[in-house]
Design a protein around this ligand. Structure first.
Ligand code: SF4
Length: 313
C-alpha cells in the first residue's frame, strides 16, 4: 500500500472480492480483549493514522480526506463498494474529536459509493446527517453480541454501550439506512446462554431491528494470549474449555497464525439452532457468516449471510 492509497482492493476468494477495505487507523482505542487486530498489530490500542506504507509511516490526518477523494476519482467502476472498517473502528472517540471520520464521510457524500460500516462506536451528528441524507449509500452493522453491561465492561471496555449501539441502529433505520445487528463474537458460556440470547434479541426487536447476523469467537493463538493476560484465570479457563475439542477453522490468509479454533461443530449447531428459534419467535431473521460458521449453519439449515449485505440488497 502506498501513501496515496487509503482504499485496499479485496482480491482472492473473499466474499467481498471486488470491494475495497478502508481502515482509518492502525490500531483501535476500543480495546476489545478478543480483537482480531491484535493478531496483526503488536500494540493494537495505540492508534496511528492509517493510509499507507507501514504501521510507522502514517499520513498526517489532514491528508486522509484528499487521498480518499483522489483515489475515488481514479476508480472507474462505479459505485465503489467500501468496507469500513475491517480491523479498526471508524467511530473511535478520538477520530471523531479530531474531525477525521467526518472529513471522510464528506468525501463519501460527493462520490458514487456504497459504504458498509461495521462498528461498536457511535457516529456524531454530522455523520448521522450525512448518512441519512443519502441513506441508500450506507449499510450499517452494529456489532453487539450481548447487551449485558457486565459483559461489555469485561470484554469491550472502550466501546460504546451495547444499548446505545442498538439505539443508533434504530435511528438510522428510521431514516432509511439498511441496518443489521451482528452478534459477533459470540463468546461461549457468556453470549450463547438462552437468557443472554433472549435479552439481546428482545432488545433488537424493541428497537425495530429485523436483521441479525452471528458468529462465534475465533480463538486464534494471539487472541488466546491476549485474553489470558486480560482476564481472571477462572474466567479465561471457562472460555477456553469450550474450544478444547474445537473445530479447526483455518482461513487462508491467517494460516501463518497457527490454529484458529471454533467451538466443536455439534456445539455451534446446537446454539445456532436455538438462536434461530428465538429470533424467529420474535420475527427477526438470522443469517450466519459462511466463512466463520458456515459448516454449522449448513448442518443446522440456517441461512448463510449471502456473502455480503453490500452485494445483495
Ligand atoms: S472495535 Fe473492533 S477493531 Fe476495535 S478493538 Fe474492538 S474488535 Fe478490535
Amino acid at each position: 500500500m502506498s501513501s496515496n492509497n487509503i482504499l485496499r482492493k479485496v482480491t482472492g476468494d473473499s466474499c467481498y472480492k471486488g470491494s475495497y477495505n478502508m481502515n482509518i487507523t492502525y490500531g483501535c482505542s476500543h480495546g476489545c480483549i478478543y480483537c482480531y487486530g491484535v493478531s496483526i498489530l503488536s500494540n493494537m490500542r495505540n492508534i496511528r493514522h492509517y493510509a499507507g506504507g507501514s504501521a510507522n509511516t502514517g499520513v498526517p490526518k489532514d491528508n486522509l480526506s484528499s487521498i480518499l477523494d483522489i483515489q475515488l476519482q481514479q476508480i472507474k467502476k462505479k459505485p465503489v463498494y467500501i468496507r469500513l472498517s475491517t480491523m479498526s473502528d471508524p467511530f473511535q472517540p478520538r477520530l471523531i474529536e479530531q474531525g477525521i471520520t467526518q472529513s471522510l464521510f464528506r468525501i463519501f457524500d460527493k462520490h458514487e459509493v456504497r459504504v458498509y460500516i461495521l462498528t461498536k462506536g457511535i457516529p456524531n451528528e454530522e455523520i448521522i446527517y450525512l448518512m441519512t441524507k443519502q441513506p441508500h449509500k450506507y449499510y450499517y452493522t452494529a456489532t453487539c453480541a450481548n447487551i449485558s453491561e457486565e459483559r461489555w465492561k469485561l470484554f469491550e471496555p472502550g466501546t460504546s454501550s451495547p444499548n446505545l449501539r442498538i439505539q443508533m441502529a434504530q435511528t438510522l433505520k428510521e431514516y432509511g439506512v439498511k441496518v443489521w445487528v451482528d452478534l459477533d463474537p459470540i463468546i461461549p458460556g457468556y453470549d450463547d446462554t438462552e437468557d443472554a440470547m433472549q435479552n439481546t434479541l428482545e432488545k433488537c426487536r424493541m428497537h425495530g431491528i429485523q436483521n441479525i447476523m452471528a458468529a462465534f469467537l475465533f480463538l486464534r493463538t494471539t487472541i488466546k494470549g491476549n485474553m489470558k493476560k486480560s482476564l481472571h484465570p477462572d474466567i479465561y479457563r471457562r472460555i477456553e474449555r469450550f474450544y478444547e475439542h474445537g473445530e479447526i477453522a483455518y482461513l487462508e490468509p491467517e494460516k501463518r497464525q497457527g490454529k484458529i479454533l471454533n467451538p466443536p461443530l455439534a456445539y455451534q449447531s446446537e446454539k445456532l439452532i436455538l438462536l434461530d428459534q428465538l429470533a424467529s419467535a420474535k420475527g427477526l431473521s438470522l443469517s450466519i457468516c459462511r466463512k466463520k460458521n458456515g459448516s454449522a449453519a449448513i448442518k443446522s439449515r440456517i441461512d448463510l449471510c449471502s456473502s455480503s449485505p453490500l452485494f445483495n440488497s
